[in-house]
Design a protein around this ligand. Structure first.
Ligand code: FDA
Length: 568
């Protein structure tokens, strides 16, 4: 016909989408089109700078999704950032490369995703990775080390340390301080092998030699762009999927609005692969008639596939910070991570565990009733029990704590790793350019607040512990006049809820799970009820991970490509 046709259309040229497009187009006989709403940022200094975190925020390459007023967190909206560019969110993220605790990935299999476990995902973390090692003069004396067994050396994605990351002398100070905490926090030589607990000097997605950001486009697209079967349409918005006539739900293309404003259809002969991110892929499903009929009919969209859990199970983390005066001035923006377990975070972990366990049925009922029982309380309770086991039996990290010296400030950031609160995202209109209704329900369940408070106390303790205590002066945020030294939970609550932000780790809005417990895609990442639509981005991750998301997103996409190619 007149319309251009490709074998596969990948919707979203971001972190996951470019991996899949790259791997599919390794085969000359396969024609792949990537549709990307943003443009190229190859030469954008807000992207390439390794010290420019935050500079892209609020610019044209930031979707800056807005949530609804957060009912349990101060009644104001939050901004959830995401990259709008070839390379997606990997072009604006913090470049942290930290995976997950192995038991967390094993939990994906426990809920019915056959063969999705740490053992099977681990080779895909390594497949994508081009680990650059520690052989740089500016790393001398930093104490950085790694376990080569955990890394890949032949993949496209450069991972390593950057020049500006560690040369401020703090690495060793923290290393000798964390073991002096009330419950000692040990040094972890390499947290990327599935065991994350401890203090670590972690790598980033950087080109160590050139000292520039490594993003998905730089790794997986630009070196391969000469492939005649790999096509990218930039500044092109995917509006919705189009369907082949007939009873079966088979996508035959995508309606797009081109850079010049023209709306047209592009055809896919094999599959449409959604990689538009956790806050867009479920929206595209709903705009295409896949979702909850009650929601679709409100906006005049006919139901093609009745799948009410599309957009449910949204999970994010909450990010707070404490700030201190630094006793010397730091020229670099460095950061140092610690991952405490529940026993390192709570002195009364056993009692905390017992109390939390008794609350899980009520938590589950609250999540289910908040979404009209689209997800069932019994299923949510089972997920929460798995999460409880991860925290109290497998001892996954329960918080992440970052120390970040910059100028005369000793900043910190922290978040509870595995909040229980779950919200949702749904369309608010049939118009593909309308903003969706995003409601993460931050702080809906009180354990999430407890974890956030306890991490703040952990940081106060760190700043009292020698030898690191000598490096910092007064606490300036919140400061003891705002939150007293011995403040109880009530005393911390309003500071935390009025100063947090999204941790920008939204997941699970098209969760990979069996359909009867709320899944949107099966373990081959195919959308239930359709014959040829897959989702390969952060939407499919069923449980929050303790690392940062990108490494796991890259690994899932690598595995997805093998699934689509029929190699698994
Ligand atoms: P991603 O957002 O990468 O890709 C989606 C793509 O689809 C985008 O390019 C988008 O423009 C495009 N798109 C959307 N709608 C479209 C439409 N209708 N038509 C066409 N294209 C469309 N993780 C980490 O590991 N370490 C870190 O340090 C950080 N730090 C961090 C900071 C900030 C500010 C953010 C926002 C996020 C992080 N993260 C992070 C998270 C991590 O970067 C993120 O989870 C992944 O990059 C998400 O990858 P996806 O492929 O799911 O979506």
């Amino acid at each position: 016909g007149a319309e251009p046709t490709y074998d596969y259309i990948v919707v979203g040229g971001g972190t996951s989408g470019l991996v899949v497009a790259n791997r599919l187009s390794e085969n000359d006989d396969i024609n792949v089109l990537v549709i990307e709403a943003g443009g190229s940022v190859y030469n954008n200094p807000n992207v390439t700078s390794t010290t420019g975190y935050g500079k892209a925020f609020g610019t044209a390459i930031d979707w800056a999704y807005k949530t609804v007023d957060q009912e349990y967190a101060g009644n104001y909206p939050q901004t959830v950032r995401a990259g709008k560019a070839l390379g997606g969110t990997s072009t604006i993220n913090g470049m942290v490369y930290l995976r997950a605790q192995s038991a967390q990935i094993d939990a994906w299999e426990e809920i019915g995703n056959k063969d999705w476990n740490w053992k099977n995902l681990f080779p895909y973390y390594r497949k994508g990775e081009h680990f650059q090692g520690t052989n740089y003069s500016w790393l001398e004396g930093s104490g950085v080390a790694y376990d080569p067994a955990f890394h890949g050396f032949d993949g496209p994605l450069k991972v390593g340390w950057s020049e500006t990351q560690l040369n401020d002398g703090l690495a060793q100070k923290l290393n000798t301080t964390y073991p002096n905490m009330p419950v000692p926090v040990p040094y972890n030589i390499d947290p990327n092998g599935g065991k994350m607990i401890g203090y670590a000097l972690y790598p980033k997605t950087v080109d160590s030699k050139l000292n520039i950001r490594e993003d998905a486009a730089r790794a997986y697209y630009y070196p391969y762009k000469a492939r005649s079967n790999l096509h990218v349409w930039l500044n092109t918005n995917a509006n919705k999927l189009t369907w082949k006539t007939g009873d079966e739900a088979t996508a035959d293309g995508v309606e797009v609005t081109l850079a010049n404003g023209t709306t047209t259809v592009v055809k896919a002969s094999r599959e449409v692969i959604l990689a538009a991110g956790a806050l867009k892929s479920p929206v595209l499903l709903e705009l295409s008639g896949v979702g909850n009929p009650d929601i679709l009919s409100k906006y005049g969209i006919g139901t093609k596939v009745n799948l009410p859990t599309v957009g449910e199970n949204l999970q994010d983390q909450m990010n707070n910070g404490l700030t201190y005066d630094a006793k010397t001035s730091y020229s670099n923006l460095a950061d140092y991570v610690a991952y405490p377990s529940v026993t390192q975070l709570f002195s009364n972990a056993t009692a905390v565990g017992a109390q939390l366990l008794s609350k899980l049925p009520a938590y589950a009922a609250q999540v289910a009733s908040a979404n009209g029982n689209v997800t069932k309380a019994a299923d949510i309770e089972r997920f929460f029990k798995i999460q409880w086991n991860l925290i109290f039996k497998s001892h996954i990290p329960v918080a992440e704590v970052l120390v970040e010296p910059s100028g005369t400030t000793m900043g910190t950031e922290y978040w509870g790793s595995v909040p229980f609160s779950r919200g949702n995202i749904h369309i608010s209109s049939a118009n593909p350019t309308a903003a969706a209704t995003i409601d993460p329900k931050y702080f809906m369940l009180d354990f999430d607040l407890h974890a956030q408070i306890q991490a703040a106390r952990f940081i106060r303790q760190l700043f009292k512990t020698e030898p690191f205590a000598d490096m910092a002066g007064a606490e300036t945020k919140p400061g003891f006049s705002t939150v007293a030294a011995n403040a109880n939970d009530q005393g911390w609550s309003s500071f935390i809820k009025n100063n947090f932000r999204s941790n920008f780790h939204p997941i699970s809005t098209a969760a990979m799970m069996p359909k009867d417990i709320g899944g949107v895609v099966d373990s081959s990442l195919k959308v239930y009820g359709t014959s040829n639509i897959r989702i390969v981005d952060a939407s499919v991750i069923p449980f929050q991970v303790c690392g940062h998301l990108q490494s796991t997103v890259y690994a899932i996409a690598e595995r997805a490509a093998d699934i689509i190619k029929g190699q698994i």
